[in-house]
Design a protein around this ligand. Sequence first.
Ligand code: UDP
Length: 311
Amino acid sequence: MAGGAGFLGSHLCERLVARGDDVVCLDDLSTGSAGNLAPLGDCAAFSFVRCDVSRHVPVEGAVDVVFHLASPASPPAYLAHPLETLAAGSEGTRRLAELAGASGARFVLASTSEVYGDPDVHPQPERYRGNVDPVGPRSVYDEAKRFAEALTMAAHRARGVDVGIARIFNTYGPRLSSGDGRVVSNFCVQALTGQPLTVYGDGSQTRSLCFVSDLVSGLLALAGATGLTGPVNLGNPDERTVGELARLVVKLAGSSSPVEHRPLPTDDPRRRCPDITLARGSLGWQPAVTLEDGLELTLAWFRRHIGGAGG
Ligand code: UDP
């Protein structure tokens, strides 16, 4: 599991161990954190190796599945680490796909809805080829993942590696890092600490938010679907505007924080919503947690961790 100390990776590690798998977690802790792995601390089936998978993949012996979730994922994080993000998508993918090939393992790539860029087809089905500016600031993430998808398919076609590509849409839940700048973590922390909610632009842009336990179920279903290359969209098609999300978080938090508008980041996609027909049909998967329930669980977690997480 590359990127196993991150938000999504740590939840996936826990679910794998809970179902009886042995897990080797690789992470350079550049955006993930050892604290995310605390629940697995003494577990014999789990081991952690600190390393940068774009340079080295120190795994000995055979493995059954290789998950590649290693990359900065929030816009401020990948904009702060542009070259590392490109390396994780390129060299990281090459090394991990090679490990899978050498073991006869399935290779599961965590790709992203960002491959669709600022989409002019809505909602986005997998056959939509995207609208990405290859030299825009977000290209370091978008093009890294697009290249990672190309490399994954090349490993499949040229080397026969069993691959599965997940295009992951916005995901939220406990363990989102309070400082990483994503919309749900920002809004939750702001609402709970009485600060204004920072809505970028007029708040009419949309996102479709998937609770982390649902997303992990989708990744496990894809890992088990030998022979299905995808790409497969994994996300919750419940589309909301960012302004609506801000109001909902304020209400659920019982907060009196006002909304404050800030400039819209360059190339911020106007709207995003997954078409999950393929995931429903081929994986029998769809999200089960409503946005309201997921936000309650996330707010409860932030209430407990806000001091330790740095506010
Ligand atoms: N956003 C916002 N306020 C914030 C953080 C983000 O209005 O404090 C907006 C952002 O401009 C985008 C959406 O929320 O339209 C989702 O942003 P995020 O960084 O979570 O993920 P993205 O989908 O852009 O990768």
